[in-house]
Design a protein around this ligand. Structure first.
Ligand code: EPU
Length: 418
């Protein structure tokens, strides 16, 4: 089992390139099923979750080849429409294969998906919407057996702008007769990226990235070549790290316009941030100040996926920062671990009150989930002394060799095997 050994107290300096977005590549890999042909996807980071998506594609009969950061998926030979329970449990995004399997084969068999334990993560919005499009869904002892004889497009109103449900409906709707309108769709940049990929397969989709998306069913049989957008959460993580540790770093291969909320919070905290077309520079030379209330919201609000990392920075800021988590019920599991490092945090329901301390100290801690793990690394790099961060397999789900990126910025961090 891998762990990170971190010696804290070093400022970060230098440049690091941000990789392709995990939450974009996963739905795009699922969407490669649609064209029954060749798909070439660039900027696919080698993450544990991407590995899980590849296993699912191969199980379905696709041929997948990796050359560097490019994945070629030939979905012509796909001939299965089930995802076994062990593969479903490997990650939450396994559920995104449901829409493409139904679109391609008219049927699908899946189990409840796994993923980070962030509280109950139901898939009712996915299933309700698919059944409105004409999919019959039967739960047979945990296995969801889905069948669609004839799917018809219609208006789908989501009661919450769920990212995954928006993606599943977009994907299934490519095979519906007529037009589907998704109302109150998620507006995350990853949805717009999925739309760009779908357009390359010949699909008729518009509105991706806005709250109303229109999909007209038809052919999706073109060869598609696509470059995945940069990971805004990986970028946000490095920005928080620089804020916590001090120093000056430049992120390359970023989309500054996707980082609006995190940039505005860190600027309030006293960081100097500038950007050009595809890079962002952050410098923190003076004291880090507490931020006004941070409330997580669907995009373009403050991302829940950056809440833990910003909290790690707030732990060493001057003053009190209040975090309000509105997306997931159980996304403060990193708090007890931060407290082990000397943080002053009180949690009540979905609110965490962080009193900044002069310095954190090294400790032995455990990653509880992907972003919580990323927060512990930030805290350890900002702390005085040595830390051991266990269970880094959570971090590997969403960051490719995070320790190498930080080491290249001057941090003292090493991956070791227990
Ligand atoms: N929800 C329902 N019913 C549903 C679907 C969602 O009640 O059928 C609720 C969830 O329980 C949650 C909220 O809606 O409280 C948001 O869930 P959403 O469906 O938007 O999230 P997701 O699609 O499961 C994606 C990202 C998450 C990210 C969220 C929110 C991927 C692969 N995952 O999850 O990423 O936190 O959107 O932005 O795209 C991560 O990368 O660390 C991560 C957890």
């Amino acid at each position: 089992m891998s762990f990170f050994a971190v010696k804290g107290g070093r400022r970060l300096t230098g440049e690091v390139a941000v990789r392709g977005a995990k939450n974009s590549v996963l739905p795009i890999l699922a969407a490669t099923l649609l064209n029954a042909g060749e798909n070439v996807i660039h900027n696919c980071t080698d993450l544990r979750d991407v590995g899980s998506a590849i296993k699912i594609l191969e199980h379905l009969g696709c041929r997948v080849k990796r050359e560097g950061d490019t994945l070629t998926v030939d979905s012509a030979p796909a001939n299965r429409f089930d995802v076994p329970e062990d593969l479903m449990r490997e990650m939450r995004s396994s559920v995104i294969f449901l829409g493409p399997m139904i679109a391609r084969f008219g049927k699908a068999r899946v189990f409840a998906p796994g993923g980070c334990e962030l509280g109950p993560r139901p898939i009712d919005l996915h299933l309700d919407a698919l059944s409105k499009l004409g999919v019959r869904i039967e739960n047979r002892g945990g296995e969801m057996v889905c069948e669609a004889r004839e799917m018809r497009g219609r208006d789908i109103v989501l009661r919450f702008p769920s990212v995954g449900a928006t993606e599943n409906v977009m994907l299934a709707a490519t095979a519906c007769k007529g037009t589907t309108r998704i109302i109150n769709a998620a507006r995350e940049p990853e949805i717009a990226d999925l739309q760009s990929f779908l357009l390359k397969t010949g699909a008729s989709v518009c509105g991706g990235g806005k709250s109303e998306i229109t999909v007209t069913g038809g052919r999706t049989d073109k060869r598609a070549e696509h470059t995945v957008l940069p990971d805004r959460i990986e970028a946000a993580t490095y920005l928080c790290a620089a804020a916590a540790c001090g120093g000056k770093i430049r992120l390359l291969n970023t989309e500054p316009e996707h980082l609006g909320m995190i940039v505005s919070e860190l600027s309030e905290a006293g960081c100097e941030i500038s950007s050009d077309k595809d890079s962002v520079t952050v410098e923190r030379s003076g004291v880090l100040r507490a931020m006004p209330r941070i409330s997580t919201m669907p995009y373009p609000g403050f991302p829940t996926d950056a809440q833990a990392q910003l909290m790690a920075a707030a732990c060493v800021a001057q003053g009190t920062t209040v975090f309000c988590e509105n997306i997931f019920e159980n996304r403060f599991r990193h708090v007890p671990e931060l407290i082990r490092m000397g943080a002053d945090i009180r949690v009540s329901g979905n609110t965490a009150i962080v009193g900044g301390v002069k310095s954190l100290h090294g400790a032995s801690v455990k990653c509880t989930d992907l972003r919580g793990g990323a927060a512990l690394v930030i805290a350890a790099m900002a702390a005085e002394g040595e830390s051991v961060i266990n269970d880094v397999y959570h971090i590997d789900r969403g960051y490719e060799h995070m320790e190498k990126a930080y080491a290249s910025l001057g941090a003292m961090i090493e991956r070791k095997e227990a």
